[in-house]
Write a protein that binds this ligand. Structure first.
Ligand SMILES: O[C@H]1[C@H](O)[C@@H](O)[C@H](O)[C@@H](O)[C@H]1O
Length: 607
């Protein structure tokens, strides 16, 4: 096949020796150059931006729905079931969202393979709309729990499938940044939710509006998504080669050589699927090649699970993805997201809700920083640099709490009515009387230190661990990508649930000093594990990441990319890969060669 030739019809043919279906042998011509630099890709074009931002609206919904409930709970008063909400009501209403998100995430992986990535986003939209309207109209506490549960289903599905959708569309050199847009939308949604909640809280039934407004972005996204395609990787896997090729040509644009790049990417995807099919046939996983077009059935789930746990590189990928997602939540960040107003209230701030807005805004701004840096610095290095900042912030908070005279602790049981006011977190906090406000002789310095330390912590969080785990899909080969991503997403929601449930009791029984010290210790352990087992994946194609994990954890591989010039640095090079022994070592040397070509490689452990 000549460069630039129109390849609009790429038929599926059956290989008589293996019985596997694959694309035309022309596409697999061994005379083709083995690698093509994606440095030719200047910037993601309008098509890719439209796809990414349209999918990112799910992130906005995720952030909005997780953020808006805190102010809504304050404003509800006796608007549900004709009584004031108890603290237990508030806890159940808040945590049922993460619980349902946790339960749905494994199922979302199956559906993403079965229906396609795009259709699953549409299903999530339908749930977002239903959940928002339900919450806005419900008259009872249990109705609200059901509405929050429906939103939880939507968030669980969206948080699994959207990063997958974006990473399967993005060229490797932009993948980190484009996936980070998802987190930008989440954190932006949280800021919007805090602001909308603040504005609506001054109206009697404003909380119904703030909850119902969540339907609007979902309607918008569903309308836009109707015109957009599924990912090339899912399309190839579903046997829709022509459609996949069309999408790739749109993603890579029509500049000089870009059709060739699109064709090479198509070939790499196709080869990956072929090799995985062959590997599965050889090792007895799955039912062989006929699955190319029927691989989306539920019967595959068992095989996928076997492949995920039975193949060493997949096990490593799963361990890393779950480690990062677990760390993202167990480091305690969402205890600030949900309860920062409570914390600021008990230490004596006069306007805890507005003070807690500073947390949401810092989170958003530093996610912007991550967006700018993630592909330049790399995922691993950004974590190794930013986690110590988090540890510093937590350690200072922990120490400062020791010197603060707390007004009194939030109560984790009892009614929200007597003698207490509700913070925007939805948890009862004691009223702070004028005499409670700190005096210069009291602990103003320590209180201010807590605020500054928390902001330092959020800066570290948002620029690293708040984003990097959502790059999870890149760790898995296509055959187990959905299942692996969904288990990692479940780890995220499981840990989120644990943090939401344990934070207040820990503050109460352990003390704030020990609670924050514990989060700091978790971050130290997390940093060591990241250092030991998380390799740099920045700039590698999805197919190359698989190569990296085949020979151990890959942290010693000189796979990091030093930028050879602005945005063009860290380019991905496409390589053939094979799961067979000899080809694997050939692939290993090709990776080395590829790395040698990249200027200024660094030893990962020196990063
Ligand atoms: O990546 C996001 C982001 O960091 C949010 O601010 C946080 O609330 C979510 O739990 C997390 O998954």
């Amino acid at each position: 096949m000549q460069q630039g030739e129109d390849v609009s019809h790429v038929p599926l043919i059956r290989d008589p020796s293996t019985g596997l279906e694959h694309t035309s042998p022309e596409i697999h011509s061994r005379d083709e150059p083995q690698a093509l630099h994606q440095s030719q890709i200047h910037r993601p074009g309008r098509f890719l931006w439209t796809l990414t931002c349209t999918a990112g609206i799910s992130g906005l919904l995720f952030g909005y729905d997780t953020g808006v409930i805190s102010s809504a709970l304050v404003s509800i008063q006796s608007g549900l079931s004709g009584r004031v909400l108890t603290t237990a009501d508030k806890s159940i209403i808040t945590s049922c969202t993460s619980l349902l998100a946790l339960l749905v995430s494994p199922l979302a992986g199956i559906l993403a393979d079965r229906l396609g990535r795009k259709k699953l986003i549409l299903v999530a939209d339908a749930l977002f709309i239903l959940g928002a309207l339900w919450q806005a109209c419900t008259a009872s506490v249990w109705g609200m729990v059901a509405g929050r549960g429906i939103v939880g289903l939507a968030i669980g599905a969206a948080s699994m499938v959207v990063p997958l959708y974006i990473s399967e569309l993005a060229p490797s050199s932009y993948r980190g940044r484009l996936v980070t847009i998802f987190t930008l939308f989440i954190t932006g949604g949280q800021v919007v939710a805090y602001l909308v909640g603040y504005v609506c809280s001054s109206h009697l039934s404003g909380w119904r509006w703030s909850l119902g407004l969540g339907a609007l972005p979902a309607v918008l996204q569903a309308l836009m998504l109707g015109f957009l395609p599924d990912t090339p990787r899912w399309l190839v896997k579903a046997g829709k080669i022509d459609a996949a090729k069309r999408v790739l040509e749109q993603v890579y644009g029509s500049g000089p050589g870009m059709r060739q790049v699109a064709l090479t990417v198509l070939r790499a995807i196709d080869e990956e699927i072929l090799e995985e099919d062959a590997h599965r046939t050889r090792h007895g996983h799955g039912r062989g090649p006929a699955k190319r077009t029927s691989c989306l059935g539920l019967a595959r789930v068992h095989d996928q699970a076997g492949e995920l746990c039975g193949v060493a590189s997949n096990r490593r990928a799963l361990t890393i993805a779950c480690l990062l997602q677990g760390l993202q939540q167990l480091c305690g960040f969402n205890s600030l997201m949900y309860f920062s107003a409570t914390i600021f209230s008990i230490v004596g701030f006069r306007s805890p809700t507005l003070t807690s807005l500073s947390i949401a805004i810092t989170n958003f701004i530093f996610t912007l920083l991550a967006f700018a840096l993630i592909d330049r610095i790399g995922r691993r290095r950004i974590l190794l640099y930013s986690i110590p900042v988090m540890i510093l912030g937590l350690a200072i908070s922990s120490a400062a709490f020791h010197f603060v005279h707390l007004k009194s602790m939030p109560r984790v049981s009892g009614s929200g009515s007597s003698g207490s006011s509700s913070s925007s977190s939805g948890i009862d906090t004691p009223s702070v009387s004028p005499s409670d406000t700190p005096t210069p002789h009291d602990n103003n310095f320590a209180i201010l230190t807590i605020l500054v330390a928390m902001i330092i912590y959020v800066c570290g969080y948002a620029s690293g661990i708040g984003n990097v785990p959502w790059q999870q899909s890149e760790l898995f080969p296509l055959s187990v990508r959905s299942l692996g991503s969904s288990l990692a997403t479940a780890t995220n929601w499981g840990s989120n649930f644990v943090i939401g449930l344990t934070f207040l009791p820990m503050m109460d029984y352990l003390s704030p000093t020990l609670t924050f010290a514990l989060y700091a210790v978790i971050c130290v352990v997390g940093w060591v594990l990241v250092w030991l087992i998380y390799p740099e994946t920045s700039g590698l194609s999805l197919e190359e990441v698989g190569d990296l994990l085949q020979r151990g954890w890959g942290v010693h591989a000189h796979a990091h990319v030093r930028r050879s010039g602005g945005d063009q640095g860290g380019v991905g090079v496409l390589h053939r890969r094979s799961l067979s022994g000899s080809a694997a070592s050939a692939s290993a040397s090709s990776l080395q060669l590829h790395d040698e070509r990249r200027s200024g490689e660094v030893d990962e452990h020196s990063a």
